[in-house]
Each structure stands twice: as C-alpha cells, then as structure tokens.
Design a protein around this ligand. Structure first.
Ligand SMILES: [Zn+2]
Length: 303
C-alpha cells in the first residue's frame, strides 16, 4: 500500500513538473492551450511536438502559433506554426497521421494507408499538404507585403507514419517526419546562411503576433466559412447528391481524378479539381471512406 502511494506521488510530481515547464514555453504563453488539452488532442500534440523539435535550433529565433492569416476575400487561412529565424521564415504544416503516406508535389490528393485488421488496408485521401501550405505562404507573403523575405515551406508528419515514395522535385518544400525536422532546417541554414537580423525578426514578430490572437468570433467565422465551403463542395449543386472523388477511366483525361456526382449516370455533374484548394479530404468512389470531421482547415472535409 505504501509503495502504491509512493508511486502515485512520484507520478503526479512528474506530471506537475512537466506541466509547470510547459507553462513557461512560448507555445503556452501564446496559445493558452492547457497541458491536458495539448496532450489529449492529436492535432495540437503534433504542432507542439514540431515546436519542441525546433527549440534547440541555434541562432536568433521566434515562434508564432496558429496564425489566422487574412485572405483577400475577407476569409482567413490558418497556418500551424511559423518560425522566424536568422536564415528565413519557416512555415510549418503539421500532420499528426499514422500509417503509410504516398504523394507527389503536384498531385492534388495524397493517400494514407492504414492497416484495418485481418491483413486488410484502409485508404484515405487527403488534400496535398504542400499545396495547402503554399496557400499559407501566399497569404503570409501578401500580409507582410515584402518580396525580399525568404520563405520556406515544411510539412511535418508524425513519427508514427512512414513516408512512402514522397516525390519532391522543385526543392522548395521539405516533407519530413518529426524526428527529421531539425536536421532538415539545419541543412537549409547550411545552404542559405543568415538573411534576417534580430531587429528584423522582432519587427516581423510584432507584425504577425496579432494574427495568433484571433478571438472566439473570428475563429467561429473561420470554421463557418470552411463548413460552408465543405457543404458546397460535398454536395452536388445540380441534384443535391453526394460528390465523390472519381478517376476517369476513358477519354483524354484517362487516369486523372475529378469530382463527380454519386447519382451518376442520372446526374452527370463534374467539377474541376483545380479550384478546390480547401477541399482536403473527399470520399473516393472506390474506397467509400468517410469524412474525418474537422475543427479547422487542416484536413478537409476532415480533421
Ligand atoms: Zn448531381
């Protein structure tokens, strides 16, 4: 009995110490997300872990979390993490996924393969995170209105997933597991050298900081806009049927993906994928996957 009490005491002391340390991090000071919340929410845990990986990076730096960046149409897009460092501005998109991940730089959809028991696999499509983060970079650049700023895009997957055949060609993006993040950023620093002075980093921080402090009304509007877009892109504007991801089997677009109506051939509505920047997850005709419900725009129709 005494041993059990001692173990419980040690357990709670360790948690208390970790919680106290957590509350001193810039992550907590900016987001005010409680220790319990961060450790029980997969999405938040991924962002916090990415921040933890970069804390030891040498050189002058400042972090910004959950930035609600204004778009020209009055809506906002949410960037997970921005690192202002001597070598440049790193915009990180965190994906706390498991399973196997397949994708290329230009594909609209990437695939996540999960084992679903008895040797079977379940596949899910999600919007290409490189394209998603490109949107974040675009609106951050437009907000800062300075073409000379060096921006870098980084997609951070959890260590619980395996990145399979992720093909990158342009060299403008990095796609890594969490454990490879620090190395990837260091490599970039080795190539680029210093670009921003501490004073400039502080000035950028001051300008961007208000974007991290969106109030409840702004966050609610952000979610409402996503929900509306999701509605408009998940139901057929002609017949109200469900829209699904299909692959053209014949014709000049053979093998290419498009969005079609589930009432086909009764309804022949199709939609071009190029306009669907915020369409992050769509059920596929062959896989019958379900939408992952989402709080923010990170994964859609999803997260
Ligand atoms: Zn239809």
């Amino acid at each position: 009995m005494a041993i059990l009490l001692l173990l419980a005491f040690i357990f709670f002391t360790v948690i208390w110490i970790r919680k106290t340390q957590y509350e001193k991090t810039p992550y907590y000071i900016q987001t005010k997300n409680s220790w319990w919340k961060v450790h029980s929410d997969k999405g938040l845990a991924g962002k916090f872990a990415a921040f933890q990986c970069l804390r030891t990076l040498k050189g002058y730096k400042r972090f910004l979390f959950n930035l609600y960046v204004p778009k020209e149409n009055g809506e906002t897009t949410e960037a997970d993490l921005v690192l202002l460092h001597e070598s440049g501005i790193y915009v990180l998109e965190s994906k706390n996924y498991s399973g196997w991940i397949f994708g290329t730089e230009t594909q609209t959809y990437w695939t996540q393969t999960l084992r679903s028991g008895r040797g079977k696999a379940k596949k899910e499509q999600f919007y290409n995170p490189i394209l998603q983060n490109k949107g974040h970079l675009k609106w951050l650049q437009s907000f800062l209105a300075d073409q000379t700023l060096p921006f870098y895009s980084c997609i951070v997957f959890s260590d619980h997933c395996t990145l399979k055949n992720i093909t990158l060609t342009s060299g403008k993006h990095c796609v890594v597991n969490q454990s490879g993040l620090l190395h990837a950023v260091r490599q970039n620093i080795g190539k680029t050298g210093p670009a921003l002075s501490p004073a400039r980093i502080d000035a950028l921080y001051t300008k961007l900081y208000p974007l991290t402090q969106a109030d409840a009304a702004q966050k609610a509007l952000h979610i409402k806009n996503i929900e509306q877009k999701k509605q408009s892109i998940t139901s057929c504007p002609r017949c109200g049927g469900k829209l699904i991801l299909r692959t053209a089997s014949t014709g000049s677009r053979q093998g290419k993906r498009f969005i079609g109506c589930s009432n086909y051939p009764g309804c022949r509505y199709i939609q071009n994928l190029a306009d669907s920047e915020d369409l992050h997850r769509l059920p596929s005709a062959s896989q019958e996957t379900s939408f992952r419900e989402t709080r923010s725009d990170n994964v859609m129709p999803s997260k």
